[in-house]
Design a protein around this ligand. Structure first.
Ligand code: ADP
Length: 446
């Protein structure tokens, strides 16, 4: 055994870096490497002692070397065959017995017994914290064998050979020390990796908790909005329906055709309001559900279509619609979402116009600036009071007593702009007018 272990190369026990292994995988790799090392070193000695046989090489020494080769092969096959548990038991048991036997045939002055110490240390590699019983079993076995040897003065079977031990003592002491250091180094490395894994795990957990907190905040917001939504929707749907029902009751009692006509006009207004409301809810739902569809858009055409679709609005024909669409490149975005934005903003400009003004106008601009696309809708209408500036994007907010809308328009516009990863900027002065500017990232290709 003396020479076998002294040739161990440190690198044989190194674990490949940059690959994630857990402790047990590393144990298995170390076991296979140890088995190969034993095969290699024992074979060299076997050939050496077999060919250059001298008087000191007795039969038992060669037998021990041969058995070492067998132990190495069997351990390797078991371990590579994924029978790691059996491989560890087999290796530790047989090496313990063989080391014991070897110490009875080579003089104690050779220091072969030093190898009991790295063997005990190696037990800590193979049986970690969770395998206390097995670990203590092998620790007690190794120390017992060593104590028995010492108590019986090594030459137990009377097979001790005569040999020069001065050189062997130093090499055995050195090799067993190197083995000890390697074992301890391996255990420290394993511990460090466990610490790092734990740290990574903690960081991962923290990230997860932060994500959860974030999601919770979003959920709470969604929940509050849903409550508000359910309340307002049911109210805004029921109110016109109850009014229509009331008007139907009244008309059934009324005989005058003129009054009937006025009831019908009122009903028409209510149905139109309901229709707008349902239209807004559909737009909102579409924005949340549908994926973005980026394509090239003829904005001028789209704006004109939107303006024309509003021609039944009160005061529409008194407004001067001015268009100035001038992008540096083809305008690319999600057509149906841009259409909803335009529809809401232009409709508001018409709805909240100040017809006492000389020249009521709505100006729609499209331009590119500093790598972004801008669409702005400007009017010289009633303007918005500064106290409402930070409220107008809220769900169901109506800032005007005359508003007959759902209070969803600007909320939907803001949601869409967020989905398009853009920005909406509003400047408004009561009595002067308002400008809503949408800033969008330039998409070059659809
Ligand atoms: P609504 O259905 O009431 O129009 P919106 O969300 O579209 O709901 O608008 C919210 C409020 O913002 C309106 O009630 C109105 O007071 C104000 N507002 C929006 N656009 C304009 C505008 N162009 N001029 C004046 N006030 C506006």
């Amino acid at each position: 055994m003396l020479g076998y272990l002294k040739r161990i190369k440190l690198s044989r026990l190194n674990i490949p870096d940059g690959i994630e292994f857990d402790g047990s995988q590393k144990q298995n790799i170390v076991l296979s490497k140890l088995a190969l090392l034993v095969i290699l070193i024992a074979s060299v000695h076997l050939i050496d002692d077999g060919i250059f046989a001298s008087e000191s090489n007795n039969f038992y020494l060669i037998l021990t070397e041969f058995l070492l080769v067998v132990i190495g092969i069997v351990t390797y096959i078991l371990n590579e065959g994924r029978k790691h548990g059996i491989a560890k038991h087999f290796f530790l048991l047989s090496i313990n017995i063989l080391l014991f036997f070897m110490n009875t045939i080579v003089p104690k002055e050779s220091g072969t017994f030093f190898f009991f110490f790295p063997l005990m240390a190696a037990t800590f590699i193979f049986y970690g914290y969770s395998e206390t019983f097995k670990r203590y079993f092998y620790l007690i076995l190794t120390s017992s064998l060593f104590i028995v040897l010492t108590l019986l003065d090594f030459n137990i079977f009377g097979l001790m050979v005569e040999m020069d031990t001065a050189y062997d003592f130093i090499t055995n002491l050195l090799s067993s020390n190197i083995l000890m250091v390697m074992t301890i180094h391996f255990l420290i490395k394993l511990n460090k990796q466990t610490e790092n894994n734990l740290l990574d795990h903690q960081l991962g957990m923290k990230k997860l908790v932060d994500e959860l907190k974030d999601k919770n905040i979003h959920l709470e917001k969604a929940n509050t909005e849903l409550d508000k939504f359910a309340y307002c929707v049911s109210h805004d749907l029921r109110a016109p329906l109850s009014s229509i029902l009331g008007l139907i009751n009244l008309s059934s009692l009324e005989k005058s055709a003129k009054v009937h006509q006025s009831y019908l006009d009122m009903m028409k207004d209510m149905v139109t309001k309901l229709d707008h409301f349902i239209h807004d809810i559909i737009s909102y739902s579409r924005n949340t559900k549908l994926e973005l569809e980026i394509e090239e858009i003829n904005l001028e055409k789209l704006v004109n279509e939107n303006i024309n679709s509003l021609k039944f609005m009160k005061g529409w024909n008194q407004i001067d619609f001015i268009l100035d669409i001038n992008f540096k490149h083809p305008f690319v975005s999600d057509q149906s979402r841009i259409s909803i934005i335009l529809n809401n903003l232009v409709a508001n400009s018409v709805k909240y116009h100040d017809f006492s003004k000389d020249k009521p106008y709505v100006r729609v601009l499209g331009y590119s600036k500093k790598g972004a696309d801008f669409i702005s809708i400007e009017d010289n209408g009633s303007g918005i009071d500064s106290e409402y500036h930070d409220k107008i994007y809220q769900m169901f907010f109506r800032g005007n007593v005359n508003s007959t809308g759902s209070g969803l328009g600007l909320y939907i516009v803001k949601e869409i702009v967020d989905k398009l990863q853009g920005e909406i900027i509003m400047e408004s002065t009561p009595g002067v007018g308002s400008v809503f500017t949408i800033k969008l990232n330039t998409h070059v290709n659809p």
